[in-house]
Design a protein. Sequence first.
Length: 106
Amino acid sequence: MSRSSKSTTLFAKELVGMLYGFGDAETPYKESVELVDQLVTQYIETLCGDALAIQALRDKSTKLDTECFVFSVQKQPTKYKRAIELLEMRSRLKEVRRIDHGFDEE
């Protein structure tokens, strides 16, 4: 699943903006972007692998869901708290959109 042999970056455009936002040059070195891209990709692969392992331990009919990802970061307080905050925000945004679009009369 690893793409270490490939020289392409998946998140280059987004990472350039993020690096600049965190204090790097407006046009960061290509090597910096590639390194951060490798780290991000590796983290995502690991997180997905952990979530899949958790899903495999659950009921066989259970699909991979957000609970698998939250469970995989539960021993990392900062990441766990942020995951919960983002899920709560997602829920609130869904509710606001539902009300805003007139679907409140259910």
